[in-house]
Design a protein around this ligand. Structure first.
Ligand code: ADP
Ligand code: ZN
Ligand code: ZN
Length: 812
């Protein structure tokens, strides 16, 4: 007898699988979706393993098979286990990441005639039993729901159980109907031989039914079924005419499944590989040699870090690597940080591999997602491109995974399972033998650290492809806002920035003004000397809390009142900083009344295409100044932009997070990369109260090495990643006091565990209110574990309700 280890779609299943017996009448495969009895219910499960022995003594039987075709591949099964163990998430949540769209459904129970036919002793049955049994025998099967409607829930269930118990009937299960159906359209086809059709057409002509005749004549000329819509266009036929010939048995209507195509709105001209520059060629050669190597079982995956400034030709390298993978009969997955912001990138992939690209992202309708999933699983797509969840696409024969802008935070999922698509990709590559390319102009510190150590292969493209015509990297000027204040300028625009704007606009160029609103007005800075209040213990910026009128450390909960004068220079000009994009827009229109303004932030972009609309409008030069948040920094190619102004670099710099320096460096480099993409050249102005900050200094010179060396020094001193790993535990509750109490209780529990197990080098930081302390009406407190393997401790502890655990958090 065989057994199956099943991951069950139930919250109580947690990280476990459950053993089930495989009944002799079913063939069950690994990766298959099955119905299983679980408590009183019948639930969905995925078979993760087959075995000769059950893992518990008493097992129940698998009730039925949902889909004969396995929904998970073998590497995906291993991947689900890894995700569940590494991120401490319920196993089925990890499984669910890989299931086809619309998969999660309930079972419908049917009562059908018993397979073992027996003599039925009708008089011994009650009247109710007899009636139900007769119905079952008449129809073959009856849904329990139908019986419940007729007899009432209780009675229907009792009778059904009795009949099954007597061996007179059996239960069977089917999924509820799928909510997304494949899209089908009507096609017309001759139902008779062409000769017969011609004769009939002639006869219809005589009877003056010339439209029916014309339709027949048209169909006689076709070699295959033809869409009704096309027939209408060609012969102008109407529904009643179609009906007439169908009724005569001359024509048949077939409903043929068609694919919804999310790329259809783009008209694409095919593109061809470019002749590579010497540096691109050597990068591609290294990648190719890895692609050709046969993967061995325990080898570490081939991971490349392609470090190249914007415009250095990384995308062309991805495209040619993917073509190579295709030649070997394999396929690729490409991840981009946010698909709505990267229409140009998608276009480039789609035009290089026409009709072979699938696009996956959350703004597709369920129907579109369903179609794409099935196209991919059928092996129709050489390349799948999408945001982080596209890493779970059922791409058969995976050869290459590309992660563009690898450093972006959108690759981390912020609900359970809190996976990082980059880390999942590297794991998946290990399981499949695929090669990984991580591309970035500003690699994440942790990734670069691995590349330095030789865990990953570093490939560098230090220059833009076409350094002629002024498209080399633009000049960056850093403006000290303290000087502006001394000169009496209190506006958001420094003198240099307003001059540069005037000049740019006068010569017909476009301007981007960038303001990172996140964390606005929460930190305190001296406007005279630039001093920012920080926690003495943790070095992170103190955050102002309106409710208590206090400054708080979000790591260790240190508190202090807001000082009246600057602790450094004693100036009373100590201020809350930060203003939003709306205020910026107002001020820009005040100072530049002639310029046409356009604002781009998450308040303006809600619909499916609105990013695209804003972008198109700006590219068509229907606006002169674009005001926006992070969005303006992403991969846009806008040749008419001659000036980029960063209104305040300090906002990003002073987030209470050890990655603040890294983030602002990345952001500034990216924003600066927006300028000077065309022949007009470009200029970047960064305004700040901390011009001497290493991240700003390094960004102004595009000096990754300088930034990296300073940053890793700080991280080593404070023992932050990559020199440790973090786990962030968050408790949320509507009551702040309860939150704090629970967080303290957890701290005691963890301290005890750490002590009793004698674990060395595991720090416990906090508890403290989370940076976004109140979210949707709930307070949040957090604890941070820092050490070489914090999840090892946590995986062995039961984590109480209301706690969430984030392994390798990106923002703390
Ligand atoms: P990145 O992805 O690093 O930002 P891209 O691949 O987008 O760089 O290249 C920037 C520009 O240079 C694009 O317009 C691209 O078509 C062009 N380009 C890239 N490689 C070459 C090449 N080998 N020869 C000519 N043009 C190239
Ligand atoms: Zn000061
Ligand atoms: Zn602190």
């Amino acid at each position: 007898m065989g057994y199956a280890e099943v991951s069950v779609n139930s919250p109580i299943a947690q990280r476990r699988t459950f053993s089930y017996t495989i009944p002799s009448n079913l063939t069950v495969d690994v990766g298959q979706a099955v119905w299983i009895p679980f408590g009183e219910k019948l639930l969905q499960g995925i078979v993760l393993e087959l075995s000769d022995y059950p893992s518990v003594e008493e097992t129940r039987e698998i009730a039925g098979i949902i889909d004969p075709h396995p929904v998970l591949s073998l590497p995906q099964i291993k991947l689900t286990r890894w995700i569940s163990e590494h991120y401490l998430s319920p196993l089925f949540e990890a499984v669910a990441l890989m299931l086809p769209p619309g998969f999660e459904r309930k079972a419908l129970t049917f009562i059908c005639s018993s397979p073992t036919s027996r003599e039925i002793d009708m008089p011994s049955l009650t009247q109710g039993q007899r009636e139900v049994l007769e119905l079952v025998y008449r129809q073959g099967k009856v849904s329990l729901r139908q019986l419940e409607k007729a007899l009432g829930k209780k009675k229907a269930q009792t009778i059904a159980s009795q009949l099954v118990g007597l061996g007179l009937a059996a239960r069977s299960y089917e999924s509820e109907p799928v909510k997304v159906k494949p899209k089908k359209v009507p096609y017309l086809n001759l139902a008779v031989e062409a000769d017969v059709a011609r004769q009939q057409a002639a006869r219809l002509h005589e009877k003056r039914a010339s439209k029916q005749a014309a339709l027949l004549d048209f169909l006689v000329q076709q070699t295959e079924p033809i869409p009704l819509s096309k027939v209408r266009q060609s012969v102008g036929t109407s529904a009643s005419i179609v009906k007439a010939v169908v009724d005569k048995g001359l024509v048949e209507v077939q409903h043929i499944e068609i694919k919804r195509d999310p790329l259809a709105y783009q008209s694409l001209t095919p593109s061809y590989p470019l002749t590579l520059t010497a540096t691109q060629r050597s990068a591609l050669d290294s990648i190719k040699s890895s692609l050709l190597k046969a993967p061995s079982d325990n080898a570490s995956p081939s991971v490349f870090l392609l470090h190249g400034v914007t415009g250095s030709g990384k995308t062309e390298v991805y495209l040619q690597a993917l073509a190579e993978v295709g030649k070997q009969g394999k396929r690729g997955i490409v991840l981009v940080p946010e698909i709505a912001l990267t229409p140009q990138t998608i276009e480039r992939f789609a035009s290089r591999f026409p009709h072979k690209v699938a696009v996956l992202h959350s703004k597709l309708s369920l129907g579109e997602q369903y179609d794409e999933w099935h196209r991919i699983r059928n092996g129709e797509c050489d390349v799948v491109i999408g945001s982080r969840s596209a890493i779970f696409a059922p791409q058969p024969n995976l050869g290459l995974i590309v992660i563009d802008e690898e450093h972006e935070w959108t690759y981390k999922q912020d609900t359970s399972p809190r996976y990082h698509a980059r880390d999942v990709a590297i794991k998946l590559a290990k399981l499949t033998g695929a090669v990984v390319i991580l591309g970035s102009a500003t690699p994440g510190v942790e990734i670069f650290y691995h590349a330095q150590r030789g865990d990953y292969q570093l490939l560098q493209l230090p220059e833009r492809v076409t350094p002629s015509e002024g498209s080399s990297l633009p000049q960056v000027e850093v403006i000290d806002l303290r000087e502006e204040l001394k000169a009496g300028n209190r506006s958001l625009f420094s003198r240099s920035l307003s001059q540069a704007m005037t000049k740019s606009l006068a010569s017909g160029g476009q301007v981007i003004l960038f303001l990172n609103r996140r964390g606005a007005a929460t930190f305190i800075q001296c406007r005279r000397c630039g001093f920012v209040l920080r926690c003495k213990r943790c070095e992170v910026t103190l955050t102002y809390h309106w409710a208590e009128d206090m400054l708080l450390c979000h790591q260790c909960n240190y508190r202090m009142p807001v000082p009246r004068v600057c602790p450094q220079c004693l100036s009373p000009r100590i201020k809350f900083l930060g203003s939003g994009t709306q205020k910026l827009e107002q001020e820009a229109s005040h100072y530049f009344p002639q310029a046409r303004l356009l604002r781009w932030d998450s308040d303006v972009t809600r619909g499916k295409h609105s990013h695209q609309e804003i972008l198109d409008k700006f590219r068509a030069h229907k606006a002169d100044i674009l005001v926006g948040t992070q969005m303006v920094a992403k991969g846009l190619d806008l040749p008419q932009v001659t000036l980029v102004g960063v209104i305040s670099a300090d906002i990003g710099l002073n987030l209470p997070d050890f990655r603040a320096g890294e983030r602002i460096f990345q952001l500034l480099c990216q924003v600066a990369g927006r300028a000077g993409r065309g022949s007009l050249g470009g200029q970047v102005i960064i305004q700040t109260y901390s011009p001497e900050h290493y991240a700003i200094q390094a960004a102004a010179k595009y000096d990754y090495a300088a930034f990296y060396s300073k940053e890793t020094n700080y991280r080593r001193q404070l023992r932050n990643p990559p020199f440790s790993r973090l786990a962030c535990l968050t408790y949320s509750h509507t009551n702040d006091t309860i939150c704090q109490r629970e967080a303290e209780r957890m701290k005691r529990l963890l301290t005890q565990e750490i002590d009793s197990r004698g674990i060395a080098n595991l720090d416990l930081i906090g508890p403290a209110p989370a940076f976004i302390q109140r979210l949707r009406g709930r307070f949040r407190w957090q604890l941070i574990l820092r050490g070489s393997e914090p999840s090892a401790l946590l995986s062995e502890l039961p984590i109480p309700q209301r706690w969430t655990v984030d392994i390798d958090p990106v923002g703390v």
